[in-house]
Design a protein. Structure first.
Length: 86
């Protein structure tokens, strides 16, 4: 089941967050959020539908947080630390 973007949420989204930038995201629907934690840092990606085609797009972490709080399904992926080479 797809979750619509937080612009349709009953509570207003913060200014400058995802609700004010839906055209820049370029998606009609957001299906899920993936947060990847690795040695290089934390990344967030959003999977959804753009026009009629599925798309995965990197987003800022605060957008991902807003989508998760709005009820969008999410997964957190922790990459193992890089092997030490001598």
């Amino acid at each position: 089941m797809a979750v619509t973007h937080p612009t349709s949420a009953p509570t207003p989204a913060p200014v400058g967050g995802p609700a004010g930038s839906v055209p820049q995201l370029g998606m009609r629907r957001v299906r899920w959020v993936r947060i990847s934690v690795s040695d290089e840092g934390v990344r967030a990606e959003v999977a959804g539908i753009a026009h009629r085609f599925p798309i995965i797009r990197p987003v800022p972490l605060h957008w991902a947080t807003t989508l998760i709080r709005a009820g969008c399904p999410y997964v957190v992926r922790r990459d193992p630390p890089a092997a030490a080479t001598d």
